[in-house]
Design a binder for this molecule. Structure first.
Ligand SMILES: [Cu+2]
Length: 133
């Protein structure tokens, strides 16, 4: 027969366990979904061409096309602030960006300037609502 202390300890353990599950699962699934952009050989080339993320959320590009491309922020090399710039991404290669400040980031492919995409990083306001910039 288990003692009362032991039952209480077990209950506490499970209570904490559920709390951890509730906190960890939404964060985990939120980061996993909707943060990958696929590079394609035809329009829209970057799919999706516009992606909206939250501050601190990573974005990953995956070149699933048959030729090399880059992911180059429009500010790079034009006197602006260069937020991110990949090397040549060969078929199958990936490129990730993390920690972008809130704002809108237009980007392109240096090899094929007609390839264009955009990242929007939302701003979280003090009342915890999320607003578009
Ligand atoms: Cu390209």
């Amino acid at each position: 027969m288990p003692s009362l202390e032991r039952v209480t300890a077990v209950l506490k353990f499970f209570h904490l366990g559920w709390l951890v599950l509730v906190v960890v699962l939404p964060l985990g699934s939120g980061q996993a979904e909707g943060s990958q952009i696929i590079l394609l050989d035809q329009t829209p080339f970057y799919a999706p061409s516009t992606m909206t993320i939250l501050p601190g959320q990573a974005v990953q590009w995956h070149n699933q096309s048959m030729q090399p491309h880059t992911v180059t922020h429009d500010g790079c090399g034009r006197g602006g602030k260069c937020a991110f710039a990949s090397e040549h991404l060969h078929p199958g290669e990936r490129f990730s960006v993390n920690g972008l400040p809130p704002g809108t980031y237009a980007y392109h492919c240096e090899i094929h300037p007609f390839m264009r995409g955009r990242i929007q990083v939302k701003r979280i306001v003090p009342n915890h609502d999320v607003t578009e910039l």
